[in-house]
Design a protein around this ligand. Structure first.
Ligand SMILES: [Zn+2]
Length: 232
């Protein structure tokens, strides 16, 4: 049973990278995109079947804060443009910001649906069609709410030569994981996405029950000085 009051500190593991490298760089190539030229870099986990992809631009140095995002794969949002969630918009906003600055990295983590996989995600969407929210749907299917681990993503950022991060994320668990793995979060950079009525309930659940740092537009939550979300 999900419990917002639960003390999670005892479950927080130490950084996996402390016991030696757990990822390996496999290949790197150029990738022209609608936001300009990036480098695409492939990594493989040495401890599981997981593969990672990095989109990078510019040169990195350990002392200079670098724009970075850990993006979890969302087939429906990233590829099909689903408006049930804000993932696709966030990915593009991050690429755009990096292109504008000329420097930054996105670690693309292939943990679809917060780790439950695409088929279970579609099962959960079917329950959401009947009125369940994202947490209730996972619980009714007997699935964890969030299975993701970020340690290897942090290790990849370090392997790229990044130590100080301007993190593009609303997720406090990602912030904690990266700090635990030796990265310094010098700033949290909000990604602005266009507000969509379809994902209002999803974002409210993420904010109120999963602790995400999301500000809502006025019509939902009253006046707000610094909204991360903008109405269309
Ligand atoms: Zn999504």
């Amino acid at each position: 049973m999900f419990d917002a009051e639960i003390d999670r500190s005892e479950f927080v593991p130490s950084c996996a990278a402390e016991s030696g490298p757990s990822v390996k760089k496999v290949a790197e190539a150029k990738l022209p995109t609608e936001f300009g030229m990036f480098r695409i870099i492939g990594y493989r986990s040495l401890t599981s079947d997981e593969e990672f992809v990095v989109l990078a631009r510019g040169e990195f140095s350990t002392d200079r804060p670098t724009l970075a995002r850990v993006h979890s794969q969302c087939l429906t949002g990233d590829v099909f443009g689903s408006t049930k969630c804000e993932c696709g918009q966030q990915l593009r906003a991050a690429m755009k910001l990096i292109a504008k600055e000329g420097r930054g990295a996105i670690v693309y983590q292939q943990q679809e649906g917060r780790g439950i996989g695409i088929l279970n995600k579609i099962r959960a969407y079917a329950l959401q069609d009947e009125g369940a929210d994202t947490i209730e749907a996972n619980q009714r299917l007997g699935l964890e709410v969030d299975l993701r681990q970020y340690d290897q993503c942090a290790e990849i950022l370090r392997d790229l030569g990044i130590r100080r991060v301007r993190l593009m994320s609303n997720n406090p668990e990602k912030l904690e994981a990266l700090e635990r793995c030796g990265l310094e979060i010098s700033e949290r950079v909000a990604l602005k996405v266009k507000f969509n009525k379809n994902f209002a309930r999803y974002l409210r659940t993420k904010r109120e029950e999963m602790g995400h740092l999301i500000n809502f537009p006025d019509e939902l939550y009253g006046p707000n000085q610094n909204p991360d979300l903008q109405t269309v």
